[in-house]
Each structure stands twice: as C-alpha cells, then as structure tokens.
Design a protein around this ligand. Structure first.
Ligand SMILES: Cc1ncc(COP(=O)(O)O)c(C=O)c1O
Length: 416
C-alpha cells in the first residue's frame, strides 16, 4: 500500500488547476443547468482566505459530482471534469491501495455517508438478482449480525427485502456460526434463494471485525448464491493500516463491495462516505431515465458536492500512506494504554486490538461518569450492558487519565 505525500503548495496547486478545468458559473454562458455559484450574501467569492483554502475554494466553485465517474469517465458531466479527476484519484487509492484491488478493476463514488453506501450495495445486489436470475423480491434477503449498523434494517425496509439477523457471542462479539446456519436454513425454508451477506470491518458499538472465512466457507460448501458487502464505515481508514493481516480486501474473491467513511477516522467533513464495488456491478444501479445527466446516474443520491471529494483527496495527500499509518498507530497506542489500566483495575471490556474503540461492561461505570464523559450505551433501554469509548483524535490523554482515575475511585468506593 503506497501513495505519496504532497506538500501544502502541491496540494493547493493541484486543486487550483482542477477548479480551473471546471466551468466557471460567472464566465461561461451556461443556460441549461439549475445550479449556480453559492449565494454571495453568505459565501463571498473574494474572501482573502480562499486563496489558501483549497477546500473552501472548491465549495465556492460549487461543482456537482452527480453520477459515477469511474464508470462513465469522459461521458460524465463535462462542466466539472477538473474536480472529477481528483474524485477518481480518491477512489483509486481507496480501491487499489487501501483495499488491495487490482488496477482499474473497481468502480465507486463519494456517497453522502456510510448509510447511503450500504444502501447502494444492497440496492445493486437486489437489482442484480432480479435482472440476472429473474428473482422475485421474496427470494432475496439480507443477512447480517446483530452488531451491524442500523443501515442494514433500513436497507431491508426501503428495498422491501427480508432480513435475517444473526446472534453474536456476548464476550467475543463474533458471529455464532450455528446461528448463521440456522438463519440461512430458515431463510431457505421461507423461499429465499439469493443472499446479500454483510460483514463488518469494525462494528459501530464494539469495533469488532467479522471473521469472514468461516462464513464464506459455509456459504461456498453449501453452494449458496450470495453477494458479500463489507461495511468498513468505521474501520475502513484504520484497520487496513493497523493490521498487516487484514483479510477484508479485494484480494478475497468472495467480497464484491465496500463502504468506507472518510468523515469518521479521516476527519473530513460530513458528506464523505465512499462506496466501492468490483467492476461489472455498478450498472445495476443505473437509472436509465436520468436523461438530463451526462453519463446518467448510478447512485442513490444524485447531485453531490465535488468539494466532498476534494476534502478526502486533500487529507489523503497531506499525510501520504506512511503518514496515515503512523497517525492510526498513535490512536491505537492511546487506546492500548487505556486498556492496560482497565486490566490493572480489573474492569472488563471488549476491544479489537487493531481498533480504537473500547466497549466497557456497563456494570463498572456509574451514571455520573457516563454523563460527564458522554459515553454511548449499546441500547436506549434502561439497562445497558456496554458503554463505549471511541479514542478519536480529539480525545486527549489527560481526559482519558482523568476518566480512568474516576473509574478507579468509584471502584474503591471513594465519592467524588
Ligand atoms: C459500521 C457503520 N456503518 C455505517 C454507519 C453509517 O454511517 P453514516 O452515519 O455516515 O451514514 C456507521 C456510523 O456510525 C457505522 O459505524
């Protein structure tokens, strides 16, 4: 995995060139599209800081990256060709460097978030089974673990699909293979012939990573027809950097698509989810009636700001792959030191060693501490079982130490 770090000036220059290759709403006689520059009352184009703020300059330029440019390339909207090129670079780095895909073998786009990227995957696979196997809607189901993100039931609801939720082990958070088999069998009894299988590269509440081989071995041994999507919304920008044995990538032929979320670990603005899929599948997201869009549309969202793609490109380039790995390792170090202290205190928790999240058993934490440190529970019920601490970049060592010493004092019965 390698991409080069660029200097601030190089980044600025590339983005300036990209913007200059887009149309300029102020200069081009552009009569046909219902978009323009940003309203000048709030977004004045001559603000002096714009010169040195490539992301804000792109926002003001207001490119619409509608469509899927890895697929349609020269046929995509010509007005925003310059910044589309940087989106293509982002998708290439994510698909070929981070996710180890072969050259030019993946399609993808910057989605509004992880939810849409997950929906996009399920939508594409539903359409695939309907088109290629003449499957009825009742023959297609999503199967995912109980720790999966709520975008899975949302996808089932929106797309009218059956869903099967698999139990996980309370301590290890790994899928119970017995229950997986049980759910597959009960789905087959319900008439399901085609499965959309979800695997997690770090779940929202636990940071647990699904062990894919046991699942795919079972599916292959039993000749089950499936497509497999990996939800890497939480883990996508950390796990491949912190685990050199990562198996959740395109080298695994059973995986067909991924969700990544730059607006989590990569610290880009909200609106920067990423969907990546093997070539040949994106076409099942085509809306042929999208006649006014050059290159048509293959996404759920339609219009989307090109500035989002630029924010990801800038961040990736500012660090390079080596810098990014170091940054993620630092997060892990911080997380590990919290875990060592919890061990010393005898406080039980779940943690994947390659992820910056600790789920602590709720019985060890008072409500006062939960409220003070804004911990998140596994359920909105009255009796949560777990509380999570996500060691993000803003989480200072001092705050962690204070949190741990308050936990210790409570354990020792000292009222604070
Ligand atoms: C594993 C996982 N998938 C999907 C999502 C949804 O992402 P978004 O909120 O960007 O739609 C999240 C958000 O926390 C997540 O943790």
């Amino acid at each position: 995995m390698y991409w080069k770090k660029l200097t601030h000036d190089e980044i600025n220059a590339r983005i300036k060139t990209a913007i200059s290759q887009n149309i300029n709403y102020r200069e081009t006689p552009l009569l046909g599209i219902p978009g323009s520059f940003l309203d000048e009352e709030g977004f004045y184009p001559d603000a002096p800081f714009l010169e040195d703020s490539p992301f804000l300059s792109t926002l003001i330029n207001n490119p619409n990256h509608i469509g899927c440019h890895t697929l349609t390339k020269d046929k995509s909207e010509p007005f925003f060709r310059g910044t589309q090129q940087l989106e293509l670079e982002v998708i290439r780095i994510c698909a070929e460097e981070i996710l180890q895909g072969e050259k030019d073998a993946q399609d993808g786009y910057i989605a509004p978030g992880g939810t849409e990227a997950n929906l996009q995957a399920v939508w594409i696979y539903r359409n695939f089974y309907q088109k290629e196997y003449s499957a009825s809607i009742n023959e297609i189901a999503i199967i995912y673990s109980e720790d999966s993100h709520y975008s899975m039931p949302k996808a089932a609801n929106i797309l009218g699909l059956k869903q099967y939720v698999v139990d996980v082990d309370f301590e290890t958070r790994q899928i119970h293979l017995n229950d997986f088999e049980k759910k597959i069998n009960s789905a087959r009894k319900d008439g399901v012939n085609y499965f959309i299988v979800i695997q997690n590269m770090a779940t929202t509440m636990f940071g647990s990573v699904d062990k894919i081989e046991s699942i795919t071995n079972y599916l292959d041994d039993n000749e089950i027809n499936y497509k497999l999507h990996v939800d890497g919304a939480f883990g996508g920008f950390i796990y491949p950097f912190t685990n050199s044995n990562n198996r959740l990538n395109f080298k695994n032929k059973n995986i067909t698509s991924f969700t990544l979320d730059a607006h989590k670990m990569l610290q880009t603005p909200y609106g920067t989810g990423i969907f990546i899929v093997r070539k040949g599948l994106m076409k099942y997201g085509l809306t042929d009636e999208a006649n006014y869009v050059s290159g048509k549309d293959y996404t759920i969202c339609g219009s989307r700001s090109g500035a989002n793609a630029i924010s990801i490109w800038m961040t990736l380039m500012a660090h390079g792959s080596i810098g990014w790995k170091v940054k993620m390792e630092k997060l892990l170090d911080k997380t590990a030191s919290v875990c060592s202290k919890l061990d010393r205190l005898g406080i039980e928790y779940y943690r994947n060693p390659n992820i910056n999240l600790i789920a602590i058993k709720a019985e060890y934490i008072s409500e006062k501490i939960v409220r003070k440190y804004h911990l998140i529970a596994d359920t909105s019920d009255e009796k949560p079982k777990w509380m999570k601490v996500v060691v993000m970049q803003h989480v200072k060592k001092g705050v962690l130490q204070q949190f741990l010493s308050e936990l210790e004092n409570e354990r020792d019965g000292i009222k604070l």
